[in-house]
Ligand binder design. Structure first.
Ligand code: AMP
Length: 566
């Protein structure tokens, strides 16, 4: 479905500013199709659903046509309910915010006439009302229609269902002959078709078939995150749920590259899919993902378009999609046979307003989640391990280590000591989140109402505060930083991964910094051997590196780390 830029719709600078402040990045399909036609002044019948952005589709051209110097009703919008009238009035007010002298007024039953008289007297140009109350004002002579240039019937089929058809006819009959008539209706039953025939002149039909916006059976959660700690939150969620097969969507190619690097550095099997890759490269990655040689596929929307993979456990919106339609396309990929899928969306700071739009567009049920703390992740991991251990014991399917155990018992260690030490050793193995506590933004529900301008995803900082990519390779300067401190102050740490496994020094540096979180100037020269990597580490940090890295998975290999003898 075609979407246009607002800049290409021939709108005034006032309206362009308003849509920008409202956070609309591009026109929705109904807006793209209807606005240019409505701007010509001809009659229009529009067919689209609520949530498609139809209010702005008819309100923008109406505002553009208002003469601010003329203090009389120029546009009349009829809505079936007071709630809708208020909503339309609010949206119209925001869209007209920068066009000086334009006033809008909702008039509906239940509100005092006094207030409405005042508004009408003050010369409101855009009147948004329910049919009954509009008729009342016409009968009282407090609403004059002689300067009306545009009349809009919003949700005409609903007004028919609610028994307003005769009121509408009466209002239309009292309209000036020279006017633009616009009718929006999801369906066109016979009485509405008759209305169109009687009251419009050669209307242009604009039909937008709304895509299936609902996504049944998908559990949807959003987390408020800080941009700087997004990767850590992602890893925690993955560890917490032990996710093994997911697609992660990023906004740009750069972000895709960056995240793949960070995930790989932490030992996850991740690869990327983006528009800069050749078709052959993309197919290779997709095949590896299908065969599950990759756990996490990090992709941009465009690159993932042809992705046809089933059984995805979770779709992560690491960066927010542009709109509701992209959101539905992305998350529609999750779902496993028999089980519903899961969609996790990260929202950073000012993007809250964008999420609000997505929720409205999809009429979705996205609940807010709380980022798990490190303790929660560890407790969950321990639970899973405990359950597996019990199952293994029950089935009695394990290799025996009687001799080793006896030796330890003979040396005076109790069975509880031995088992605790084993638990301690395995702790470092499974967890791939950093092990550092991170600042999680405090919930800011209030922000949902705020609509700051902008909204372009900010370029995420490269990991470790440096540029991503080739420059991650150890440089002479990092080597000098440490060496300068004197040879007696560094230790050589040896990892059991080398060139024969296709591992480069840059990746080793990445995993050390990413997992152990030691300061980057405490890592010195890295020498890659066939089967080992020798890394110079500042003396005070060597033990930490060993402790944090020992046993983790890194590019598909279990690593063991030791400090070389002096
Ligand atoms: P409607 O179909 O008019 O009820 O609009 C549904 C929601 O989508 C409202 O909250 C609008 O503010 C929002 N909306 C309308 N047009 C756009 C757009 N082009 N981009 C983002 N959100 C929009």
């Amino acid at each position: 479905m075609e979407k246009k830029k607002f800049e290409d719709l021939g709108l005034s600078p006032f309206t362009l500013k308003a849509v920008q402040v409202m956070g609309f990045e591009e026109a929705s399909p109904i807006q793209s199709a209807a606005i240019p036609v409505l701007m010509t002044g001809c009659d229009v019948v529009g067919q689209s659903q609520t949530g498609s952005g139809k209010t702005a589709a008819f309100a923008i051209p109406a505002i553009e046509r208002v003469d601010p110097k003329l203090a009389a009703p120029q546009v009349l919008i009829l809505c079936p309910t007071r709630e809708l009238a208020v909503q339309v009035a609010e949206e119209t007010a925001k869209l007209a915010a920068f066009k000086k002298g334009v006033r809008e007024l909702p008039i509906y039953g239940g509100q005092s006439y006094e207030r409405q008289f005042r508004g009408l007297k003050q010369g409101a140009q855009i009147i948004i009302g329910t049919p009954g109350r509009v008729l009342d004002h016409l009968d009282k002579g407090t609403l004059r229609l002689d300067r009306i240039r545009t009349v809009i019937l919003d949700e005409a089929d609903r007004m028919l269902d609610m028994g307003f058809i005769e009121d509408i006819r009466t209002v239309l009959e009292r309209m000036p002959e020279e006017r633009q008539t616009v009718l929006f209706s999801a369906t066109v039953p016979k009485p509405i078709a008759d209305l169109i025939k009687t009251f419009t002149k050669e209307p242009a039909w604009v039909r937008i078939k709304s895509p299936e916006m609902t996504v049944p059976g998908i559990e949807q959660i959003w987390y408020e995150v800080d941009r700087r700690t997004k990767a850590e939150v992602l890893c925690r969620l993955i560890d917490m749920e032990d996710i093994r097969y997911a697609v992660i969507f990023c906004a740009t190619k750069l972000m895709v590259d960056d995240l793949v690097e960070q995930l790989s550095a932490r030992g996850y099997l991740a690869d990327k899919l983006h528009g800069d890759m050749t078709q052959a490269m993309r197919e290779r990655v997709m095949n590896r993902f299908r065969k599950r040689s990759i756990e996490f596929l990090v992709a941009t929307d465009v690159a993932a378009r042809g992705l046809d993979v089933k059984e995805i456990e979770v779709v992560f919106n690491y960066d927010l999609p542009n709109d509701g339609e992209d959101y539905v396309h992305r998350i529609g990929r999750t779902g496993r046979a028999g089980k519903g899928g899961k969609a996790v969306t990260f929202v950073a700071g000012r993007e809250l307003y964008k999420l609000q739009n997505i929720i409205r567009f999809t009429r979705g049920n996205i609940r807010r989640g709380k980022v798990p703390t490190l303790e929660m992740v560890e407790a969950r991991r321990a639970d899973t391990f405990f359950a597996t251990l019990r199952e293994t014991l029950e089935k009695r399917e394990f290799r025996r280590y009687d001799e080793l155990t006896d030796r330890l018992l003979e040396q005076g260690y109790s069975p509880t000591d031995i088992i605790s030490a084993l638990f301690h050793l395995r702790e470092g193995e499974a967890g791939r989140s950093s092990g550092e506590e991170i600042p999680i933004p405090t919930p800011s529900e209030g922000n949902l109402a705020a609509r700051p301008k902008g909204g372009k995803a900010e370029r995420k900082k490269a990991p470790f505060g440096r540029k991503a990519g080739k420059k991650d390779k150890p440089t002479r300067s990092t080597a000098r930083n440490v060496s300068a401190a004197g040879p007696e102050r560094t230790r050589s740490v040896i990892l059991n991964v080398g060139r024969d496994k296709g591992i480069e020094a840059g990746a080793v540096l990445g995993v050390i910094l990413g997992v152990s979180k030691v300061p980057k100037d405490s890592v010195g020269f890295i020498k890659m051997h066939d089967k080992e990597a020798h890394v110079e580490i500042a003396e005070g940090q060597a033990e930490r590196v060993v402790q944090k890295l020992n046993g983790i998975r890194f590019q598909g290999h279990r690593i063991s780390v030791r400090v070389a003898a002096k």
